[in-house]
Write a protein that binds this ligand. Structure first.
Ligand SMILES: NC(=O)C1=CN([C@@H]2O[C@H](COP(=O)(O)OP(=O)(O)OC[C@H]3O[C@@H](n4cnc5c(N)ncnc54)[C@H](O)[C@@H]3O)[C@@H](O)[C@H]2O)C=CC1
Ligand SMILES: O=C(O)C(=O)COP(=O)(O)O
Length: 320
């Protein structure tokens, strides 16, 4: 069994172990693979392991040896899963490897937008704390009593909701199939429209699909409460970035905290690089050593279960 990792550098810069994968067969690990080198590197591989190297239909058509794809992530929008299914190739993702990491990161962005600790530290360091015992550059925001809208109420969205409840917020949640409401209150399942209209804070935790692409567009922004805060730790293309930038510039949107952008790394003309009240982190919500090791462990488990004929976490319905 030959297993080829197309892009191992980000997930494992050397501080965690590939051993669980290496137990499964001959493993070749590439740091990164440009799209035009995928076919050559995949030659003879039964399993391709990818973190962010895309496997689109045109690429899959050039990989006759391929029998299984293992994604080193939860989000699998980089794979043409329908085309893989048509070729009988199962695609497996990693579920719930770092729920607390991503939820905590969403909250780090939100709390920073409400409290601006870095901005005030910079101000103090710049010598601006003088003549008075207290000052602020932006009025602090308290979240108790406000409404948190969570779009995508799976593993991460649910944890973000729990944290919202702990901060005294009412929680509204939107997902495809509303079920198993949490036990805390106030909580309600809601449509995206209700969330746009009622939430003071909106946090995105749905996958990127045709249904969710640009879910935050000019129309959605126009329905939001003036000064609402938007958090996106899911996928960049969930936002129409130009429309969000305009809403930030006009003040209609009070703050934006994102860990993901439509294009990563961003090009210099990304409109969110220059908007006010904006925090951007470089797709690192997931990246604790524990979570990265969890991904490798769970990917090895996905490959093992597929080898044994009892695949799990198959996202494109191919069961053998
Ligand atoms: N920034 C980062 O480092 C990370 C980002 N992610 C992103 O977060 C996303 C969520 O991760 P998990 O909570 O683990 O996934 P999950 O699969 O547990 O939850 C996703 C939820 O979204 C819902 N959903 C699907 N389509 C929807 C739609 N059209 N409208 C509303 N809700 C919809 C599903 O019903 C489910 O409740 C992933 O898809 C991934 O893109 C995940 C891990 C790390
Ligand atoms: O799991 C995901 O979907 C993430 O976004 C973060 O992890 P990744 O960079 O994709 O390995």
């Amino acid at each position: 069994m030959k297993i080829v990792v197309l892009d191992g550098d980000v997930i494992n810069p050397g501080d965690i172990s590939w051993a669980p994968l290496e137990k499964l067969g001959e493993v070749v690990i590439h740091g990164h693979t440009p799209e035009d080198m995928i076919a050559a590197r995949a030659a003879g591989a039964d399993v391709l392991v990818t973190n962010k190297v895309p496997l689109r239909a045109a690429t899959l058509s050039r990989l006759p040896d391929l029998r299984m794809v293992a994604v080193l992530a939860t989000g699998y929008d980089i794979i043409d899963t329908a085309d893989a299914a048509a070729r009988g190739i199962p695609v497996c993702n990693v579920v719930a490897y770092g729920v607390d990491d991503v939820a905590q990161h969403a909250w780090a962005l939100l709390l920073e937008l409400c409290r601006r600790t870095s901005e005030h530290t910079a101000s103090v360091r710049a010598g601006e704390w003088k003549d008075t015992w207290c000052y602020w550059k932006t009025t602090p925001v308290c979240l108790r009593g406000r409404t948190l809208g969570v779009i995508g109420f799976g593993s991460i969205g649910r944890r973000v909701g729990e944290l919202g409840h702990a901060f005294g917020m009412s929680v509204l949640a939107n997902c495809r199939t509303p079920r198993n409401p949490p036990s805390y209150s106030p909580f309600a399942f809601a449509s995206t429209d209700q969330i746009f209209q009622q939430a003071d804070v909106i946090s995105l935790h749905c996958p990127l699909t045709d249904a969710t692409r640009a879910i935050i567009n000019a129309r959605a922004l126009a329905r939001m409460k003036p000064g609402a805060i938007l958090i996106n730790t899911a996928r960049g293309p969930l936002l129409d970035e130009a429309a969000v930038a305009e809403a930030l510039r006009s003040g209609a949107l009070g703050g934006l905290g994102v860990d993901v952008l439509a294009k990563e790394p961003p090009t210099a003309d990304n409109p969110l690089l220059h908007t006010p009240n904006t925090l951007i982190t470089p797709h690192m919500a997931w990246a604790t050593a524990r979570s990265r090791q969890n991904i490798i462990n769970l990917t090895a488990e996905n490959i093992l279960r597929w080898q044994q004929g009892t695949p799990v976490n198959v996202v494109n319905g191919v069961k053998d």
